[in-house]
Design a protein around this ligand. Sequence first.
Ligand code: PEP
Ligand code: MG
Length: 588
Amino acid sequence: MKSFKQIFKESENKIAGIAAAPGIVIGKSFLFTKEKIQINHGDISDIDEAVKNLHEALTKSKKELNKVFAIAREKMGDERSAIFEAQMMILDDPILIQNIIDRIRTEKKQPEYIVDDEISKYQNLMRTSDESYMKERAQDIEDIKNRIIRNLQKKRWQSKISSDVIVVSDSLSPADTILLSRCDVKGFVTDHGGLTSHAAIISRSLNLPAVVGTHNATHQIKDGELIIVDGFHGYVLSNPSKEQIHFFSEKIEHLKKLQKGLEEFKDQPAVTLDGKEITLLANVDVSGEIDLVITSGAKGIGLYRTEQILDELNEFPTEEEQTRIYSNLASRMYPDFVTIRAFDIGGDKFRFLEYDEPNPFLGLRGIRLLLENMSLFKTQIRAVLRASINKNIQFMIPMVTTIKEVRETKKIIDECKNELKWEKIAFDKDMRTGIMVEVPSAAVMVGEFANEVDFLSIGTNDLIQYLMAVDRGNDLVSDLFQEFNPALLRTLKFIVTESNKYKKELSICGEMAADTLAIPLLVGLGIKELSMSPATILYAKRIIRSISFKKANQMAEECLTYATEDEVVAHIKKFFKENNIIRTRHII
Ligand code: PEP
Ligand code: MG
């Protein structure tokens, strides 16, 4: 059988988009086209009648929205259905409504024109915002605006479609997404929208595969045509070949097998057969993922890569903006912890500051860059402190190479605390500070580092890169990027021993923690906290619950005696086989 890459490479029917909600589905498309609303700009003769119509339309809209809200609450729970509450608030906004009524009376124009004009003003303000989140919210307001206008025009609301279809649409409002999902929709494809669009968020909450931002899927896909949606990779295949259908049907079967019984682990602890409990945490890259984290059964956030905010906004957010983002994250996770990592700028990541470096991975990256750009660093530290009032935030420093960097950072944190005290702004005075152990010098001196900080987190992505002298993004040398190289294993063992000596909390937040083949090894080496992408958590839990710590520890000790990666991998695979462990290294 052909590989996944071949299947995709050869296909001309591939429509690329953003992987918004994981899963694969094959089904008939339903082109959901919304009638374009025509606005009547005409004059009116009976003002009182127009105001009465407006009130009726508002009442009807509220009734409809209440229905949507009730379904959303039932399907997604209170917290995640709060987006509809925001729409209700617009309907109840006395200033907005009074403005509309006043304008109807003075301008004597059709209410639908005034409603359109007034609400569009709000939207335009939001659309000019640089924050993608705000832009998405402008889209949500479109939904409520159209709802009021439709009710003014006394038109019906299409919420029923044939079941078992994949909805393909230009864009989808949260209400569309919720209502359509009631008709046993199998998935969603939209031309517009990003990861934080509500169609994406709701799809993830409802566990329906979705691909958004395809630009022109509605032009490429015919109504009723068979399509395949791959929400893992962000592709849609229109009118798939027999081979493609066969390939993806097998994948779906495989997924079903892997997922069977997975949900039952959600509320169970990640504990080994002989009682060793492991804490599973989530890595968060984009703010929209938080819903996934909440449903994943994670016990907190082990790594929040704040530099992703810069990618989303394309500029440095202000202290206020950052405070809002971090506070939001912390309150949604409360009482669980959120580990906010300082901007890890440089290397192959966000490059805002124009440093011309011949070798950026060995240059001004992470803490090095932050210490060179003090106001940027202080703005972030102040925001993190301000968001820490509920005592569930800890702060982590990336790319630490020397003890001096840690001491300087601690000094700056103290300065920020003093400033906030003076300004009478609340914060958690005991907020914990930790470092990423991801540079060999930090691994070698880990005892001394442990003595300086509250916690340590191993970044295996960079630790392997710098330990093996292999560019983590270079295909030519990817075979040297060895997760199971004995040099790395021995380094990990050393870090565990030293952190135990200093009684400091230790976790792993590199990709290795999400590699199910590595999990028994990491547990066996004595690592008690693993932080990984939310989608992997239940798989990790299943593995942990099926191994004995004693046996994993023995296997890890044996691995430490080998000289090559091949020997280590063979030994771990033998362990999986002998202990009958379900392994899912790559889901697809
Ligand atoms: C790592 O290096 O392992 C890590 C988690 O950080 P990043 O991948 O963001 O560099
Ligand atoms: Mg790193």
